[in-house]
Every structure is written in C-alpha cells, then in structure tokens.
Design a protein around this ligand. Structure first.
Ligand code: CP
Length: 296
C-alpha cells in the first residue's frame, strides 16, 4: 500500500492487518525501526488530534518528523501545491500527512508523486485514519461488530468522519442509523434508518457517535438554532440511564453544551479518550504498513 486517501481503497485483509498491528503497539516503547524514514506533517486546516497523534506515532517508530507550515511556505509566493510537494520529495521526504479544505487533494497528490500520501482529512470528503481508529475502538468494546446498532448523530452533511465511518462500518455489517436535523443529513443516505430525536436513537442503539456542528463549512440555510439543537440532538447524562448499555463516541473536537452535555467526558461508557489513545496506535500501524510496503 503506497497511499491512504479513502476507506474504499482498502481491502478487508488490509483493514484486518491494520487492526492487528495497532492492537500490538505499545505507547510506552520507542523504537528506531523506521529511523531512516522522513514524514511531513502538512496541515492546511486546524488540527490537534490528527496532527499530534501522527507526530507521536512517527516518533515512537523512530521516524524523522518535519512540520510543514503552510502560512510560512513559498505557496504564499505563488508556488502550486504539487510543485511544493515535488520539491519536498526531492529533499527526501518519504511520506506526507495532508489535511486540506479541498476535497480530493490527497488523492490528487498521491497520483502525481512517488512519495506516500496519507489523507488527514480533505474538506467534507474523507478522514480514513479517524474511521480506522474508531473501528479499533469498537472492536475493543464488542466481540463482533455484525449487527451492532450504531447511530451517527449531528452534522453528517459536512462530516468527512461520517463518510469514512459509513464506508468502513458498512463493510463490517454494523447496523448504521442517522440522527439530526434534516438539513444536516444530506441526500446520500436514504438507505439508513433515520431518527429525528436523540431520545429515540438512544433507545434503539448500542453506540451513539455524536459529531460537531461544522460552522466553518455551513451555508446560512444549514445552520440550526443551538438551543433547539441541544434539546433535540445533544447526548445528555440521562441517556446513560435510559439505555444502561449505550456507549458514547465523538471524533472530537467536542463542543460540550452543544452536541454533548458538559461533564460526560469521564463516564465509563464515554469512549472519547479511548478514541484519542487509539489514534496513536492506529496511526503507528498505518505508518508501519505504508513505510514498510514502499521499502527501505
Ligand atoms: N478528529 C479530528 O480530526 O480531530 P482534529 O481536528 O483535532 O485533528
């Protein structure tokens, strides 16, 4: 595997291999097994989890990490993205994590460069490494994923996390439902069960995965009233009581008091901290697979 730009490029065997490798990683052991490799972090949109977990994952494997700062680069002098990455490839970069607001950026670069490209999120399109770490989190809490009832709740229309998770979890037979204001669901998912109220979703789910309202990608018509949204779609403390087996997930960043009631971060069935930890483990597995596959 040279690149990772979308979930649907992965085979079942490749996904199983990534899960197996991620499960064997140890956050406390730093090795030098990939010390001859150079990884570029190229984030053109904000990030905490994806960027830093890739940096920690790379350093745990002995990889040299280079932080590309778009705002200080020659892109601001008119150099194209492709020319920029070709230049960096000539300097000896082996792989790059790219986050960019334009859909298709990671795929475009991967098709035009020899270096490996890993998609750290492209606009509203894909966030494959997030979906893989979410899958790892689910496998740690369910002995089998087939028919696990998972509801994705919130701004699905603008969510690359939702799209990558739907592509991936369908593959594993997860019973996916959607919940949220109709204006934030979009037209692409009529095949799934839909709840217009989180109370109903919680009653009928094993997991609720809440998503952030992505104000930065919204058009005026999409924007729901925050109070109404909170009342109807926010995961609240009472939901851990109405369904005593429900798990709560969220890819982060969370706006507590909007999509999740404040104070639930440490609940035993809130998996958000596990998702963050699994982000490092899964990204170690992805870096190992890609950098070992492209050779030494
Ligand atoms: N889940 C996620 O992509 O978080 P960041 O935006 O902090 O990377």
């Amino acid at each position: 595997m040279k690149d990772l730009f979308a979930i649907n490029q992965l085979t079942r065997d490749e996904i199983e291999e990534l899960l197996k490798t991620a499960s064997k990683q140890n956050l406390d052991i730093i090795t030098d097994e990939l010390k001859n490799k150079r990884l570029l972090l190229a984030f053109f949109e904000h990030s905490t989890r994806t960027k830093i977990s890739f940096e920690i994952a790379a350093k745990n494997l002995g990889i040299q990490v280079i932080d590309f700062m778009p705002e200080l680069s020659s892109i601001n002098k008119g150099e194209t993205l492709l020319d920029t990455f070709s230049t960096l490839e000539s300097m000896g970069i082996d792989a790059a994590i790219i986050r960019h607001k334009e859909e298709g950026t990671a795929k475009y670069l991967s098709q035009n460069l020899s270096m490996s490209i890993i998609n750290g999120g492209d606009g509203t399109n894909q966030h494959p490494t997030q979906a893989l770490l979410d899958l790892l989190t689910l496998t740690q809490n369910f002995s089998k994923l087939e028919n696990v009832r998972l509801t994705i709740c919130g701004d699905i229309l603008h969510s690359r996390v939702a799209k990558s998770n739907i592509d991936l979890l369908k593959f594993f037979g997860v019973d996916i439902s959607l919940c949220g204001p109709k204006s934030l669901i979009g037209q692409n998912y009529n095949e799934f069960n839909f709840y217009d109220d989180i109370d109903l979703a919680v009653e009928n789910s094993d997991v609720v995965m809440c998503l952030r309202i992505q104000q930065e990608r919204m058009q005026q018509a999409d924007i729901p009233n925050v109070n109404e949204y909170y009342n109807k779609y926010s995961f609240k403390k009472k939901h851990f009581e109405t369904n005593k087996e429900i798990y709560l997930m969220h890819p982060g960043p969370v706006n507590y008091g909007v999509e999740i009631e404040n104070g639930l971060q440490t609940h035993e069935r809130c998996l958000i901290n596990s998702q963050v930890k699994n982000g490092v483990l899964m990204r170690m597995a992805i870096l190992k697979k890609i950098l070992n596959d492209i050779g030494n």
